[in-house]
Design a protein. Structure first.
Length: 420
C-alpha cells in the first residue's frame, strides 16, 4: 500500500474460529460482486476500470466551472451529497484561494455550498442571501429529479439564476448528474442543454462517491480525483472480509449498535456517510446493526458515562489519523500534565485512555488507522467500508443494495403534501 492502512481486530472479542464460520458466505458474496450480476453492484469495479475519457471530461468541466464562478452549489440529499461533503471536510473543509496555484494563476477555487439536503426554508433563504452578489454555478444531483428536497432547492436556486443571468446564461451555469436515459431531470437536461454526467445504472446513491456524483464537485474544489481513485484501488481484501464477519459475529452476541468513534472533527461528515451506508444497506427485514457516531473528546463529556456503564448492546469502530495536518503546542502556563504538550499528543492520550477504559468495560473494539488525511486515504476508507458493508449485508441475509423503507416514507410524504 502507498499509505499505511491498518485495521486492528485484536480487541473485537471475536475468535478466529468464529470468523471462520463466515468464510464460505464471504466467498459467495465476493463472487456475487465480482460477477457484475448484481443490479446495483457496479461500484465494486469502479476503482479498477474507471473510464479515462469520462475522468478527463470531469476535470475539464471542473476547470471551466472554476473560471465561471465564485460559488458552486451542490444540490442533493443522502448519497447525492454526503460523499463529496465528507471528503471536503476530511481534507480540511476549505480550500483557500491563495492555494489555487496548482490550477494556474488565472484560476480560483470557488466556495462550495450545499443545498437540498434539508427542507428548511430558513437555510435556503439564508443561502439565497449569501450568493446574491456572487458569481454562481449549480450542480443538481438526482437520479430521478423528483426527490422533494433536491427538487425544491433546485427550483429555488434555478429561478434565482434566471433572474440574475437570464435563462440562456443560467443554463450555461447549471450542471446535472442524473440518470443516463430517463427521469424528469434528464428530460430537462435535454430540453435546456445543461452539461451533464450520468449516474451509472448499476450504482445506488450511497455507493456513488467514486462516480461523477462525488468526483465532479470534488474536482471543482481542487481535490486530486486521480489520487482518490488510486486509494480506492489500494485495498486489504482480508481486512474487509474480517470486518464483515466480526460485525455479524457481534450481532449474534447481542450487539445491536455500532458506534463510529473519531478524534478529529474532519471525520464528522464521513461518519454521517457511514451511517447512511450501513443504515440503508443493512436495516431491513427486522435486522441490521444500528450505525451511530460520536466525536471525541467532545462527546465523552455527554456520552462517556453511558459508554462505560450503560446497556452493553454496542461495539465501537475507532477511526484515527496518525499524522494530523497541523498541530499546536499548549503553553507552559497551562501547568499540570498539559503545559508544554502538543494538542495532538493530548488527543492521542485521550484515544489511548478511552480504549483502555473501553477494554476494562469489555466493549468490543475495531481500530482503523490511516497515515494522513489526504485524498488517497479517503479513497481507501470509502472503498474499504463500501465493500465490507456489502459483504456484511450478504452475511446477515439481506439485499445490501435496496431500500424499500425509504420509498415508503416518500410515498406517505407525497400523500400529506397533496392534502395541504
Amino acid at each position: 500500500m502507498k499509505h499505511d492502512f491498518h485495521v486492528d481486530f485484536s480487541l473485537a472479542d471475536v475468535s478466529p474460529e468464529e470468523i471462520g464460520l463466515y468464510r464460505s458466505g464471504l466467498r459467495e458474496g465476493r463472487a456475487k460482486l465480482a460477477s457484475q450480476g448484481e443490479a446495483y453492484g457496479g461500484w465494486y469495479s469502479i476503482p479498477f476500470r474507471y473510464d479515462g475519457k469520462e475522468l478527463r471530461r470531469i476535470k475539464d468541466t471542473a476547470a471551466r466551472i472554476r473560471r465561471q464562478c465564485e460559488v458552486f452549489i451542490v444540490i442533493g440529499i443522502g448519497g447525492s451529497y454526503l460523499g463529496a461533503r465528507a471528503c471536503l471536510q476530511f481534507l480540511g473543509e476549505s480550500f483557500p484561494r491563495e492555494k489555487a496555484e496548482s490550477f494556474g494563476a488565472e484560476e480560483l477555487v470557488p466556495e462550495i455550498y450545499f443545498a437540498g439536503q434539508n427542507l428548511s426554508g430558513s437555510y435556503h433563504a439564508d443561502l439565497l442571501d449569501l450568493i446574491r452578489e456572487k458569481e454562481v454555478c449549480l450542480c443538481i444531483i438526482s437520479k430521478s429529479g423528483t426527490t422533494a428536497e433536491s427538487a425544491a432547492a433546485f427550483a429555488l436556486l434555478k429561478e434565482a439564476l434566471h433572474r440574475k443571468y437570464g435563462k440562456e446564461e443560467a443554463a450555461r451555469r447549471i450542471y446535472a448528474v442524473t440518470d443516463r436515459r430517463k427521469g424528469s431531470l434528464r428530460e430537462e437536461v435535454i430540453a435546456e442543454g445543461y452539461e451533464s454526467f450520468a449516474v451509472p445504472d448499476d450504482v445506488g446513491g450511497r455507493y456513488s462517491v467514486l462516480t461523477p456524483v462525488g468526483l465532479l464537485p470534488l474536482a471543482v474544489a481542487g481535490v486530486d480525483v486521480d489520487e482518490l481513485l488510486a486509494g480506492a484501488a489500494d485495498q486489504n481484501l482480508q481486512a474487509q472480509d474480517t470486518y464483515a464477519a466480526i460485525r455479524n459475529a457481534l450481532w449474534k452476541k447481542g450487539k445491536r449498535i455500532e458506534i463510529f468513534e473519531s478524534y478529529e472533527p474532519s471525520f464528522f461528515y464521513f461518519c454521517e456517510w457511514l451511517k447512511q451506508l450501513f443504515g440503508e444497506s443493512e436495516g431491513k427485514e427486522g435486522r441490521g446493526i444500528f450505525p451511530a457516531s460520536l466525536q471525541f473528546s467532545t462527546d465523552l463529556h455527554s456520552m462517556g458515562q453511558f459508554l462505560q456503564e450503560g446497556t452493553p448492546i454496542f461495539f465501537t469502530t475507532i477511526l484515527n489519523i496518525r499524522e494530523p495536518r497541523r498541530d499546536a503546542v499548549i503553553p507552559e502556563s497551562a501547568g499540570g500534565v498539559l503545559g508544554g504538550k502538543s494538542m495532538n499528543d493530548v488527543n492521542r492520550a485521550a484515544l489511548e485512555g478511552v480504549m483502555k477504559a473501553h477494554r476494562k468495560a469489555e466493549i468490543p473494539m475495531v481500530r482503523i488507522d490511516i497515515t494522513r488525511g489526504d485524498a488517497y486515504a479517503f479513497g481507501q476508507l470509502v472503498y474499504f467500508f463500501e465493500t465490507a458493508c456489502a459483504l456484511s449485508g450478504y452475511l446477515s441475509g439481506v439485499d445490501p443494495f435496496d431500500q424499500p423503507g425509504v420509498e415508503s416514507y416518500k410515498a406517505e410524504m407525497r400523500k400529506v403534501l397533496q392534502t395541504m
